[in-house]
Ligand binder design. Structure first.
Ligand code: AHR
Length: 500
């Protein structure tokens, strides 16, 4: 029996909705087909955006969307993606399959999509192969409300009003695909480029994001921050976020392993790697604390998720993979970790939203399915904008194999503005159920709603059987005063909403 103690009175911090963000890159079938099909498509769309996908993402309550990359961002030249579509330049997408990118999805289309989704916008600029002028003009094009060459160009292209850019990334993975830079070199470029990300609206400033580390590269974090904060220190607001990228790669980068065909040993190995996110946040956070003790700079985990071998027979450059209950647990564990670190983690974007890596949605022509990962985001959505509260599991057993041991339970708890207590709890055991007793400190529940996602560890949805894994109402619990008792099936995630 595991006992989950909840102190709903002890608020620990605010859970920024953006922790539940997503990432869309010009990669494989993420943008083209997954999100954008064009106005003339037979697939039902609104101004070219797939109606089915947009509806599902709205239902999941997507808070922010990052675009256009990824590695693609540092070879993207935004002016190629504006103006009449037939005159837009074509380019080779060298990173991702060497396919022709016709630039039919560009700045205007991105803001149209975010408008339909009702989410915040995160645009990633090009430092690797772009100039300061190009970046500065993009910001002017998107946000300046007045007479200027770029604002006039935007108007000529049919959009009189400026858009709202909530977040702007100054480069992506500049330690690798974004230019193979050293932290000192990038840090100096960051200082320079961010200067020209002009704030045209003082009431709604753009949040600037500096390129952070890959996984456990603490040297990068330390030296980028040292360079960026060295004398003379740029003015306030020069950096609002520092990114972190971490992918769960079960085997190694050459043979990543199948997304669907795996054994229990691999299951625990994968979950252990997902739990490693906690250490990464703690250790990068400790470095950030030295340069930013007041925690004004958010840690933006703007790429995370499982990276497996592509589905057999698909283009290796398109990173199309299936999504099982294992992905659901990785998402559940990771989101619980983000919630618990909400004092430092202010945004996170799972990679990627549709048809690439750990996607919420997969499409095949006109067909669409929701993956187990989608259901996790849907079940966890109530944590958005809520206050994290204290929780603790007593009697949390260790499960797994000799090499890969993990705690049986992962959990996080928040309280929404209306007082509802939101509990998300995962059973990491692939084979055993676990009895749980949940105890609130003060609240006597008068209304309880719960949803469960469970199945075999490698269960997944296909276009033929899209509902093999789906969120269901969970009623198999007993409430007694401040206690709620239930048994979690092996390999499951349960979300409770409790009102007093
Ligand atoms: O998400 C796929 C790729 O992973 C991104 O383009 C890059 O930033 C990272 O290496």
């Amino acid at each position: 029996m595991a006992k989950l103690f909840i102190n709903e009175r002890n608020k620990k911090g605010h859970i920024h909705p953006e922790i539940y963000g997503h990432f869309s890159e010009h990669l494989g079938r993420c943008i083209y087909e997954g999100l954008y099909v064009g106005k003339d498509s037979e697939i039902p769309n609104v101004n070219g955006m797939r109606r089915d996908v947009v509806e599902a993402l709205k239902e999941m309550q997507i808070p922010v969307l990052r675009w256009p990359g990824g590695c693609f961002a540092d070879e993207y030249h935004w002016k190629d993606g504006i103006g009449p579509k037939k005159t837009r330049k074509k380019m080779i997408n060298t990173h991702w399959g060497g396919v022709v990118e016709d630039n039919s999805f560009g700045t205007h289309e991105f803001f149209e999509l975010c408008g339909q989704l009702g989410c915040k916008t995160y645009v990633n600029g090009n430092v690797g192969s772009g100039t300061v002028q190009e970046m500065s003009e993009w910001v002017e094009y998107m946000t300046f409300d007045g007479v200027s060459p770029m604002a006039d160009l935007r108007k000529e292209n049919g959009h009189a009003e400026p858009w709202k850019v909530d977040y702007f990334g100054v480069g992506n993975e500049n330690w690798g695909c974004g230019g193979n830079m050293t932290p000192e070199y990038y840090g100096n470029l960051y200082r320079r480029y961010q200067t020209y990300v002009r704030q045209y609206h003082s009431d709604a400033p753009i949040q600037k994001i500096c390129c952070g580390a890959n996984g456990d590269d603490y040297f990068w974090t330390e030296n980028v921050l040292k360079t960026c904060t060295a004398h003379p220190k740029p003015g306030d607001g020069f950096m609002n976020g520092l990114s972190l990228h971490y992918y769960v790669v079960t085997e190694d980068w050459k043979v990543k392993g199948s997304a669907t065909d795996f054994d229990e040993k691999t299951w625990y190995k994968t979950l252990k790697k997902a739990l490693y996110m906690d250490e990464l946040i703690t250790r990068h956070g400790a470095i950030m604390d030295q340069y930013d003790p007041d925690k004004k700079i958010g840690m933006m985990v703007d790429e995370w998720g499982c990276w497996f071998d592509v589905e057999p027979g698909t283009n290796p450059g398109f990173l199309y993979q299936q999504n099982t209950m294992r992905d659901a647990l990785v998402a559940g564990i990771t989101l619980n970790i983000f919630n618990k670190h909400c004092d430092r983690v202010k945004m996170a974007c799972i990679a990627q939203m549709v048809n690439v890596l750990q996607s919420a949605i997969l499409t095949e022509g006109p067909k669409m399915l929701l993956t187990p990962t989608y259901h996790i985001f849907h079940m966890y959505k109530y944590h958005q904008d809520a206050e994290l509260v204290e929780s603790f599991v007593e009697g949390n057993k260790i499960v797994g194999t000799e090499e890969n041991q993990v705690p049986e339970i992962s959990e996080s708890v928040s309280v929404s503005a209306d007082g509802t207590v939101n509990v998300t709890i995962n059973n990491l055991s692939a084979s055993a159920g676990v009895p749980v007793e949940m105890v609130l400190t003060e609240m006597e529940p008068s209304q309880i709603e719960a949803a469960i996602l469970t199945g075999k560890m490698n269960a997944y949805n296909t276009f033929e059987e899209p509902e093999t894994v789906k969120e269901e109402i969970f009623t198999d619990y007993k409430a007694d005063g401040r206690k709620i008792s239930f048994t979690m099936p092996a390999c499951s995630v349960i979300a409770f909403r409790i009102k007093g």
